[in-house]
Write a protein that binds this ligand. Structure first.
Ligand SMILES: Cc1cc2nc3c(=O)[nH]c(=O)nc-3n(C[C@H](O)[C@H](O)[C@H](O)COP(=O)(O)O)c2cc1C
Length: 447
């Protein structure tokens, strides 16, 4: 695989844009691990069967969806860096069952580099949680992207970005006390690019080892997801790329997008979430399309071997059902006819692995009867908030909204756009998996 990078974007100091803040890169404290600009590249080259010139092809942190068996499947098809699902630092420190779910028994040689993601706002709790994870991972990430109600109430994720004092205190404390790389995943600030860049400089000045930028603000969620902005990512690479590696997140729906993103922004890696959930072979450079049935079966077999619970970082059957729904979204959603409706119910109500396996085999038979062509498969789950259609009254809405209206006959209530409630000590994976409702709820990918 080749991954080209445009010289202009990659040469951070050559940018004709003046730095947004003065670059004070002297730390006023002793970091536990000084920044080695190429640390992630070195790990990729050392551990991955798909080195991609040291460029990261990254499985995003995903609550209840970047479980170990899913990460293995993505790595089988080209991914070379993974993030764990976000873990609530307070729960990890205090709750035995939470520890059991998330702490692996061992560091898996076939799952490296792996970065564990934490959510929280208390420096000491974050430190304690990070130290529990350290033996099993290559780095610790702080979630500064989750825009959900649960993050607002728990004061973490994207809301931490808006309280600079607390944010920088947490980051500095982690950098000071954690002996492995500390990374931060951010969104763009609602105030705009310049304010965002100023904050990213401050994060770099705290000694972080890598920054992942999801090029959307926290207001871009659900039906308002829209396009991610790569310009801010490219500007950040120009201003900070010579000091720390930067990953881009957003707008990745195909391998061409991966290449384009690397070329246009000059980043060190490209992170994907929703498209990868639907098509785990997204990072595979070979032109051959893998069938969604094949993806579903391979995942189920891995999940049988490494159940996504106790140490494998998912919530059991709930996690499996969500994966199957995403792999087979077109089969489960198409045409709204009675057979598909029954299939959706079957997945939604599945109590064990075997029901899911049988359903996948049933769909496989159905595809054969319909002379389904794998090479014609396209992403459908990823596109649900990105394709707009016009309803009978000329209103512009996403395909998902239109489907909701036709399913229920009711207008979409404003509630649809509201956050679900939750508290600081709630496992985000326990927020209702309303995958089979039109709105999708908190598990709709808006983290
Ligand atoms: C099911 C799901 C769970 C997610 N959980 C997390 C999470 O735990 N931590 C996080 O930082 N982002 C989380 N996200 C957001 C993704 O990491 C990513 O930033 C976002 O989906 C945009 O990337 P995409 O355009 O490739 O989907 C989640 C997304 C989805 C779809």
């Amino acid at each position: 695989m080749t991954a080209t990078t445009s010289a202009t974007a990659a040469t951070a100091t050559d940018g004709d844009q003046a730095p947004t803040t003065t670059c004070d890169d002297t730390l006023d404290f002793q970091p536990a691990l000084p920044v080695d600009r190429d640390w992630i590249k070195k790990l990729i080259l050392e551990h991955s069967s798909n080195p991609c010139n040291g460029k990261g092809l990254v499985v995003a942190p995903m609550v209840d969806q970047s479980d170990y068996p899913f990460r293995l499947l993505c790595r089988r098809y080209g991914a070379n860096v993974s993030f764990t699902p976000m873990m609530n630092a307070g729960l990890l420190v205090r709750q035995q069952s939470y520890k059991e779910k998330f702490l692996p028994r061992q560091q898996h040689a076939n799952d490296r580099p792996l970065i564990a993601q934490l959510a929280g706002h208390d420096p000491l709790i974050l430190e304690q949680a990070a130290k529990l994870l350290l033996p099993y991972v290559d780095g610790i990430d702080l979630n500064c992207g989750c825009p959900q109600g649960i993050a607002k109430r728990g004061f973490y994720g994207a809301f931490l970005l808006e309280d600079e004092q607390v944010l920088l205190k947490c980051v500095k404390h982690l950098v000071k006390t954690i002996s492995k790389p500390v990374t931060v995943k951010v969104r763009v600030l609602p105030e705009g690019d310049d304010a965002s860049l100023r904050l990213y400089h401050k994060l770099a000045n705290c000694g972080i080892h890598l920054l992942t930028i999801h090029g959307r603000t926290r207001h871009q969620l659900h039906v308002q997801t829209g396009k991610a902005d790569w310009n801010i990512i490219q500007r950040t690479v120009q201003e900070l790329g010579h000091r720390i590696p930067i990953f881009a997140n957003g707008n990745i729906g195909s391998y061409d997008d991966v290449q384009r993103c690397l070329d246009e922004t000059g980043v060190d890696g490209v992170m994907s979430s929703e498209a990868l959930l639907e098509y785990p072979a997204l990072f595979d450079a070979t032109a051959m399309r893998m069938g969604r049935i094949q993806m579903a079966k391979e995942y189920l077999l891995l999940a049988k071997q490494y159940p996504p619970q106790i140490g494998h970082q998912g919530s059991g059957i709930k996690c499996l059902k969500a994966h199957i729904h995403r792999f087979l979204h077109p089969d489960l959603e198409s045409a709204f006819n009675s057979t598909d409706h029954i299939l959706r119910q079957r997945v939604a109500q599945a109590a064990d692995w075997q029901v899911l396996w049988d359903t996948v085999e049933f769909i496989e038979q159905k595809q054969k009867q319909e002379e389904h062509k794998v090479e014609e498969e396209e992403l459908s789950w990823y596109m649900r908030h990105r394709i707009t259609v016009t309803d009978a009254h000329g209103n512009l809405m996403t395909a998902l909204e239109l489907k909701a209206l036709s399913d229920t006959g009711a207008k979409l209530a404003p509630k649809y756009l509201e956050d679900h409630c939750g508290d600081d000590e709630q496992d985000p994976a326990d927020m209702g998996h309303s995958l089979f409702t039109a709105g999708g709820g908190d598990d709709d990918g808006d983290y």
